[in-house]
Design a protein around this ligand. Structure first.
Ligand SMILES: Nc1ncnc2c1ncn2[C@@H]1O[C@H](COP(=O)(O)OP(=O)(O)OP(=O)(O)O)[C@@H](O)[C@H]1O
Length: 581
């Protein structure tokens, strides 16, 4: 018997871009199909098939690292001797001393003789600085090594070229989902992190210390590793300065709202709408994960690739969505969706990187800190600013020029960030942009901010009004996207229906990205209300509205008389329960 299976790619053309299919989830299993047979006949689903000839960026697009003058071994030895001398002079004997040359400083790791006091060694920081004529820092004890460290900055810091971290075996062979090459540690090791695991990043520092370069290295790392089918970027740059080169890769890697003229978001209102739209995308992804009985995007995509999820039921391959916001201090009005995305984004493959040059408690609030446990601090003016960012001092002592402290919640790592220049980003974007891409950016769900109409005309109800009311009450979830998905309606129409439901007193008022309250506790009381047995909510007449302020709907469920016997589910409910709907 020949099994019938739909084309896995069920996206619709819309306004020059690709729209995700409306999600209609039916709990239908593939039990009637033999999965192995399907895979044998069609092979695994290949998300990259649409752009199967896509060529990943090559390393020659990046500048060769400039060879740095080697540190003079005589100076190294002289410094070592000075450290031994000054410590001995203060009755601290050493068992061992070892120098590690890093990109910006040399770390002398010392093993003090038994009985030496840590506080005493730390107290000698200024003396060492004076004797070595440098900005010396004493760190430690270094956990797990029984040593302490004396850091002496180089007169001329090495630049860590982007190429020198990306063109390494470590980066090329990593199995991380979203690898980002941040730079090098103080002992010259390439430092990679997995954004999928972090799972979000807060980046802060004073102006001119390397934040924007950092964001560009993060984006470039992802562009080097991911196929356009696997990753979408949402770039928000209110100052319109940093992200303009990425316009060229809009058809490959960007996601945008429908009708968004510029794929790089530069207006506050549009940024807020986009973040709210991402919350709708988040809800849709959670519904998909639930329908697929999986816990996260990785398991979901694995199932989809193995053809265990039917695109006809609304399932689709889910790319990671990484949202980068340069200067989120401009978006304080969007704190609710930002926090929601940060709390729930990880399993759905939605990740946030938010940056600010204003590390104050007004911007980096308690809730932002609670939701962004991974944070990067560039040099700041004071140790108070450093504490606001990474809950520890130290960022005020950094050298600038891309030096950073990465706090992951469990440890703080001192890194020298990689440097990527604007010309390198241009070359990278040209390389990708000149290749065949999709018809446009991936379209995010529409987000409707129109307020509910002041007047409600019961004769003007949408034909889907009652079905929508039943859905909302059944799921006890006043969400526009639920109506949109289950009834297969456009977002605007679903938005109008939810306004009508609000005016009818079935759902509560709009509350940002949170679902509205459902004001009917069960389907039975709703049926009574719809059939007219319960009193209709009062219709607001123009003469009764002195000010143009929307009337709030009733906050209690209308009282109904419950007749005997209870009617059997019919029509909509019967269809729903029989899963034919
Ligand atoms: N990793 C790095 N290695 C070497 N130099 C760097 C590095 N990062 C930044 N710099 C130097 O610092 C300068 C400023 O960096 P950047 O533009 O990233 O600062 P910023 O913190 O974003 O500033 P602003 O807040 O004003 O946008 C760069 O032009 C570059 O010269």
């Amino acid at each position: 018997m020949r099994s019938r299976i739909s084309s896995p790619v069920s996206r619709k053309r819309c306004g020059g871009a690709w729209r995700q299919p409306a999600v209609r989830i039916v709990e239908r299993r593939f039990s009637m199909y033999n999965i192995d047979e399907l895979i044998e006949q069609f092979g695994q689903y290949d998300p990259k098939l649409d752009l199967s000839r896509y060529i990943y960026p090559t390393f020659d697009l990046l500048s060769m690292p400039v060879s740095q003058p080697k540190l003079n071994p005589e100076i190294l030895e002289a410094n070592k001797q000075k450290i031994v001398d000054i410590l001995a002079h203060n009755d601290v004997q050493l068992e061992k001393i070892r120098a590690t040359i890093g990109p910006t400083l040399t770390l002398y790791e010392i093993t003090p003789a038994p009985g030496s006091r840590v506080a005493k060694i730390k107290g000698l920081q200024s003396d060492l600085g004076l004797y070595l004529a440098a900005h010396v820092k004493v760190i430690g004890p270094i956990p797990g090594r029984g040593t302490m460290g004396i850091e002496i900055p180089h007169e001329q810091a090495d630049v860590v070229a982007m190429r020198s971290v990306l063109a390494t075996e470590k980066f090329q062979q990593t199995s991380m989902d979203l690898p980002i090459a941040l730079g090098k540690t103080m002992d010259n090791a390439v430092y990679l992190a997995d954004l999928a695991a972090l799972p979000h990043l807060l980046v802060a520092g004073a102006t001119g210390q390397g934040k924007s370069v950092f964001l560009n290295t993060l984006i470039a790392s992802l562009l080097y590793k991911k196929h356009p089918a696997e990753l979408k970027l949402v770039l928000i740059d209110i100052n319109q300065l940093e992200f303009s080169p990425y316009r060229k890769i809009a058809r490959h890697f960007l996601a945008a709202l429908p009708d968004q003229a510029n794929p790089i978001i530069s207006e506050v209102a549009q940024a807020v709408d986009t973040l709210n739209s991402l919350c709708i995308e988040l809800d849709q992804r959670y519904d998909l994960l639930k329908a697929a009985s999986v816990r996260n995007i990785q398991e979901y995509n694995r199932k989809f690739i193995n053809r265990k999820l039917n695109p006809n039921d609304g399932h689709r391959y889910l790319p990671y969505i990484v949202t980068v916001i340069d200067e989120f201090a401009d978006l304080l009005t969007a704190e609710v969706p930002i926090n929601r995305l940060a709390q729930l984004g990880r399993p759905a493959g939605i990740h946030l990187v938010i940056a600010t040059q204003r590390p104050s408690v007004k911007i980096i609030t308690g809730s932002i800190k609670a939701n962004f446990s991974s944070r990067v601090a560039f040099r700041v003016a004071s140790n108070i600013d450093s504490r606001i960012i990474i809950d520890a001092s130290g960022a005020e002592l950094l050298n600038g020029q891309g030096a950073m402290l990465l706090g992951t919640g469990t440890e703080i790592v001192h890194l020298q960030g990689a440097l990527i220049e604007t010309a390198e980003i241009e070359r990278l974007c040209d390389f990708i942009g000149h290749q065949r891409g999709y018809a446009g950016p991936l379209l995010l769900p529409e987000y409707n901010t129109e307020p509910a109409p002041l007047l409600f005309d019961p004769n003007d109800r949408d034909p889907f009004f009652e079905d929508a009311a039943r859905l909302i009450v059944l799921h006890q979830q006043g969400s526009t996207s639920l109506i949109q998905r289950k009834l297969k309606l456009g977002y605007n129409r679903a938005g109008h229906i939810i306004d009508q439901l609000e005016a009818a007193g079935i759902v509560g008022p709009f509350e940002g990205s949170k679902a509205r309250d459902v004001l009917f506790a069960d389907e039975y009381s709703l049926e009574q209300f719809l059939s007219g047995s319960a009193p209709e909510p009062e219709i607001i007449q123009p003469t009764m509205v002195p000010e143009p302020i929307a009337e709030k709907p009733a906050t209690t469920v209308p009282t109904v008389i419950i007749p005997e016997p209870e009617p059997k589910p019919k029509g909509f409910w019967a269809r729903l329960f029989n899963k034919n709907y």
